[in-house]
Design a protein around this ligand. Structure first.
Ligand SMILES: Cc1ncc(COP(=O)(O)O)c(C=O)c1O
Length: 367
C-alpha cells in the first residue's frame, strides 16, 4: 500500500464541478483584481474569526509582513517569536531590518514557551509573533497579558490554524492582527497562493488596504511604500467554496488524530489538547525515538511522513549571519531531532490510517 502525506486530487475530484463553476463566475464578471469574491471572503473570514475586518492579500508571508508594517515595526525593533516555525515568520522580521528574538518552545505543544517570554522583553521590544504551530493554539491569555503590560503589538501567525480556538475564541482574534495562509496544503487551501489579515483595528485595516496596493488609498496617489499583494479573485472564489465546509474539514482531521492517538504505540509521544484548547491538526506530529530510522522504515513500506522542521530558525545560515548571536534553545533543538508528521488529511481512507499505525507499531515492536 502507498499512503501519501497529502493527495489534493481526491478533494478536487469530489468538488470539481463546484470549483469550476466558481471560477467561471469570475470569468463571467471579469473582476479578477479585488473583485466581489475577495470582498465576500474577507467578510466571511472576519466573521468566522470574530473580528471586524479582513484584508485579502497575496499569501501568508505578505500577511505577516503587511501586519508588521502597518503596526509600525521597523529597523532595530525587537520582535519576540518562536524558533520552531516555517521560515516566513522570521523572514518578514528580517526584511524590515528588525531583530528576531527567539524564545524556546514547550515540549508539550511545540509552541513558544510563554513562561520564558517576559525575561526576553527589553526597551527595544516592539512586538510578539506567536505561531499556532500545527494548528494548536498558543496560550494567548499569557501573551496578551504581557503585551498589555509592556505595550507590545501582537501578530498571531495563524497560517496553520484557521478554526483553532481557545474556549470559543478563535485564533486570530486575540492579537493586533491575525494572519492566514491559503497555500494549497493548508486546511483551507486555494489553487495557488493566497493570504488574509484580520484585525479589529480600523486604523490597521485602512493601512493594510493601502499597503497591499502600493501604499495607495486613492488611485495613482501614493502615501507609503507598499507592496503589490492582493488575493486574486479566482483564488477567493475557491476559498469561498471551501469555507462552506470548514467545520467538516477540520473535524475530519480531528477524527483522524483521535484514531492515531488511540491506536499508536505509547512508545511515541502523541499530541494532546489542554482543556478548552481546540486543535485543528494542520499536522499530526509525534516525537519518535530513532526518528530517522522510523522515517526510512515507513518509506520502505510506502508510507509518507515529513519532518517539520529539521532546522530551527536560530540555526539557519542566513539568520546566524545577520544576528551574529549564538542561541541555545534546547527544547526546540531536541524536538527538531525527534519530530515526525504523519498523513492526516481529511480524505485519508480508514485502511490507510490503519496501515500507518500498523507500520509504526511494527517498527517499535521489532526492536
Ligand atoms: C507558520 C507559517 N507562517 C507563514 C507561512 C507563510 O504562508 P505562505 O506560504 O502563504 O506565504 C506558512 C506557510 O507555509 C506557515 O506555515
Amino acid at each position: 500500500m502507498k499512503v501519501k502525506m497529502l493527495d489534493l486530487s481526491r478533494e478536487y475530484k469530489k468538488y470539481r464541478k463546484e470549483y469550476i463553476e466558481a471560477v467561471e463566475r469570475v470569468f463571467d464578471r471579469g473582476d479578477f483584481i479585488l473583485g466581489e469574491d475577495v470582498k465576500n471572503v474577507e467578510r466571511i473570514v472576519a466573521d468566522y474569526v470574530g473580528v471586524k475586518y479582513g484584508i485579502g492579500v497575496g499569501n501568508g508571508t505578505d500577511a505577516l509582513l503587511l501586519s508588521l508594517m502597518a503596526c509600525g515595526v521597523g529597523e532595530n525593533d525587537e520582535v519576540i517569536t518562536t524558533p520552531f516555525t516555517f521560515f516566513a515568520t522570521v523572514e518578514v522580521i528580517l526584511q524590515l531590518r528588525a531583530i528576531p528574538v527567539f524564545v524556546d518552545i514547550s515540549l508539550e505543544d511545540f509552541n513558544i514557551d510563554t513562561d520564558l517570554i517576559e525575561e526576553k522583553i527589553t526597551t527595544k521590544t516592539k512586538a510578539i509573533i506567536p505561531v499556532h504551530i500545527f494548528g494548536y493554539p498558543v496560550n494567548m491569555e499569557r501573551i496578551m497579558n504581557l503585551a498589555n503590560k509592556y505595550n507590545l503589538v501582537v501578530i498571531e501567525d495563524c497560517a496553520q490554524a484557521i478554526g483553532a480556538k481557545i474556549k470559543e475564541k478563535k485564533c486570530g482574534s486575540f492579537g493586533s492582527t491575525g494572519t492566514f495562509s491559503f497555500f494549497p496544503t493548508k486546511n483551507i487551501g486555494c489553487a495557488g497562493d493566497g493570504g488574509m489579515v484580520v484585525t479589529d483595528s480600523e486604523d490597521v485595516y485602512k493601512k493594510i488596504r493601502s499597503l497591499r496596493v502600493h501604499g495607495s488609498s486613492q488611485k495613482y496617489i501614493h502615501d507609503d511604500i507598499g507592496l503589490n499583494s492582493r488575493l486574486d479573485t479566482i483564488q477567493a472564489a475557491l476559498i469561498l467554496e471551501k469555507l462552506k465546509r470548514i467545520e467538516e474539514i477540520n473535524e475530519k482531521r480531528r477524527i483522524n488524530a483521535q484514531f492515531y492517538n488511540k491506536m499508536l504505540t505509547d512508545k511515541v509521544k502523541k499530541p494532546s489538547e489542554k482543556k478548552g484548547y481546540h486543535h485543528i491538526y494542520h499536522q499530526y506530529s509525534i516525537l519518535a525515538e530513532r526518528r530517522d530510522e522510523l522515517k526510512e522504515y515507513l518509506k520502505s513500506k510506502g508510507v509518507d511522513s515529513v519532518i517539520y522542521y529539521p532546522l530551527p530558525m536560530h540555526k539557519q545560515n542566513v539568520v546566524q549571519k545577520i544576528l551574529k548571536k549564538e542561541y541555545s534553545l534546547p527544547v526546540c533543538e531536541n524536538v527538531s531531532k525527534k519530530i515526525l508528521s504523519l498523513p492526516i488529511y481529511p480524505e485519508l481512507e480508514d485502511e490507510e490510517k490503519e496501515y500507518v499505525v500498523e507500520k509504526i507499531n511494527e517498527f517499535y515492536d521489532r526492536s
